[in-house]
Design a protein around this ligand. Sequence first.
Ligand code: ADP
Length: 309
Amino acid sequence: MTQDSIKIFCPATIANISCGFDVLGLALSAVGDEMVIKKVPIPGLRITKIIGLDLPKEVENNVAGVAGLAFMEASTYKGGFEIEIYKKIKAGSGIGSSAASAAGAVWGMNALLDAPFSKRELVQFAMAGEKLASGVAHADNVAPAIYGGFTLVRSTDPLDIIPIHAPKELYASIIHPHIEIKTSDSRKILKTSISLADGIKQWGNVGALVAGLFQEDYDLIGRSLVDHIVEPIRSILIPGFDEVKQEALNAGALGCGISGSGPSIFALSKGLATATRVTQAMSNVFVKMDLSYDPYVSEINTKGIQIIS
Ligand code: ADP
């Protein structure tokens, strides 16, 4: 690449997608951060600017820095990098704020060096950043941010990522209620074992959802967007969750669930008009509760991270 500096769009992502806890994720177009990554002669990695959120600039305390250091350790590049982060995704929103920074840093550095690493390797580096944010090196947000579309993380060790077809008419609605839930807290309340009966229902739905996406079978996608294991426990942390979900389904959504570890709630719909109606119906619940929120309607972002300039 002849450029020494690039500006990139780093998409927000929905992890889990109801039945696919810790394995499924998708990338969004309507919301994401921007980052500027610069190649500089002075060795090392520096975060020179963060706009939009109060986050640490020290590389070892910022997910972008930790992911970037993992990249540089594996690289033969002798120079340095500078990173500017323009946050649009609020931290702790459940739509992959930390993942956008971790994925963006390593994707941008790779692009400036003419792509010595594969997408899979970039996910591996970005996972080091995710470990800083949540204590667990999970890939269900960074994989769709880097690959685009839907992804399934079959295994994290060894890392095995399967890109999944995104049906053209599928749109996502997201409502982010302004309450704080820490990923680490929402992990703590989960049980560590499940019943065989729940397991059977859950993997039936994961398999059927993946088939529904590849076959563009919207009814099957809708029938499969069910979570028997995590949602019944985690939804207790989100005020109004049951009502928001009911209103989304009444307005025509195929399915509705918790985005990542919450508090954002997502719905998937066929067609932009339905998705817009669904977003409105979900918003109305929080208006009634006098709870402030951010609403988004988005197509599925099949490209993932992209160069803006
Ligand atoms: P989300 O699911 O929205 O990413 P998390 O709770 O997983 O939210 O991650 C947010 C945590 O990561 C916060 O504690 C935040 O301070 C920390 N963090 C460190 N660097 C960043 C960054 N560049 N962007 C977002 N969050 C960051």
